[in-house]
Write a protein that binds this ligand. Structure first.
Ligand code: CP
Ligand code: NVA
Length: 302
């Protein structure tokens, strides 16, 4: 039976720990000569731009011995309105897995429903599960045990925030989130959180107990028209040195990138000693290998 990764809710705590540990092992040394994806082809369907996720998934596929085919919707019949359920069945007969970045979570779910091959969500408007897996690996390798993790989310209630909520609900670490008025995650996401996910009203309140401070852009892909309004509405929500000074002296700062320096985060903080932002980006390569290896390979016909 094929297995999809559409949200972190598709994984158990044990699955997440397995991916993190395997990714750390892969990072320590080159893979043995085993090439689990040899003779297999993975399609990447991307409706939105990507640097990190696309390149790290493609390299991960090559390192596992497979072939990657990059497809932008605009170059396929998807852009001319071919139904997702037809595309899913046709692509299932050519490739062995699909990695998808698009707008609607429903579209990824529909693709997964009609595909006979595994589908991995590489970001939708609602979730970015693979990002938070890489983030959790980065936290773990920086010696913050997942049992002692206290994350402060500062900013927009967006796709990355939603995946952090899922992660905290599964892993049971402390997640304290501060969103400006009007920018909370959707009520159905907030309704399904556990008691270790807390909402506070200011960035200052959020960071006091934190060992990780996390932020993301104020306007995500697809919200470009709202950018000016959001810059106004997020005034005072920047992760800067004054905010970090309120937290534990060992606090670490994370951002999924791309960042808008001078908006949600300062250049000083990004380049400063508390930043583990570029390790997060690097770790996507190892987490993507571990994810493909452990969760897609068993579903493939080897
Ligand atoms: N963090 C992340 O997903 O980056 P890209 O948009 O470059 O893939
Ligand atoms: N929230 C951002 C994440 C980018 C990786 C966006 O969706 O644009």
């Amino acid at each position: 039976m094929k297995k999809d990764l559409l949200t972190l809710k598709d994984l158990t705590k044990e699955d997440i720990v397995d991916i993190i540990k395997r990714a750390e092992e892969i990072k320590k040394g080159p893979l043995k000569k085993v090439k689990p994806l040899a003779d297999h082809t993975i399609g990447l369907i991307f409706d939105k731009q990507s640097t990190r996720t696309r390149v790290s998934f493609e390299v991960a596929i090559y390192k596992l011995g497979g072939n990657a085919i990059f497809l932008t919707s605009s170059d396929t019949q998807i852009a001319r309105g071919e139904p997702v359920k037809d595309t899913a069945r046709v692509l299932s007969s050519y490739v062995d897995g699909l990695i998808v970045r698009t707008y609607s979570q429903k579209q990824v779910e529909e693709l997964a429903k009609w595909s006979s091959i595994p589908v991995i969500n590489a970001l939708t408007d609602m979730y970015h599960p693979c990002q938070v897996l890489s983030d959790l690996m980065t936290v773990d390798e920086n010696r913050v045990s997942l049992d002692n993790l206290r994350v402060a989310w500062i900013g927009d209630g967006n796709n990355v925030a939603n995946s952090w909520i899922n992660a905290a609900t599964i892993m049971k670490f402390e997640l304290t989130m501060a969103f400006p008025e009007g920018y909370l995650p959707s009520p159905d996401i907030l309704a399904n959180t556990s008691s270790n996910v807390k909402l506070v009203s200011t960035p200052q309140e959020a960071v006091t107990e934190a060992n990780i401070i996390y932020t993301d852009v104020w306007a995500s892909m697809g919200q470009e028209d709202e950018r000016e309004q959001r810059i106004n509405d997020f005034n005072g929500w920047q992760v800067n040195q004054s905010l970090i000074d309120l937290a534990d002296k060992d606090v670490m700062v994370m951002h999924c990138l791309p960042a808008h320096r001078g908006e949600e985060i300062t250049d000083e903080v990004m380049e400063g000693p508390r930043s583990i932002i570029f390790a997060q980006a690097e770790n996507k390569l190892y987490v993507h290998q571990a994810t493909l290896e452990k969760y897609l390979k068993p579903a493939l016909v080897l």
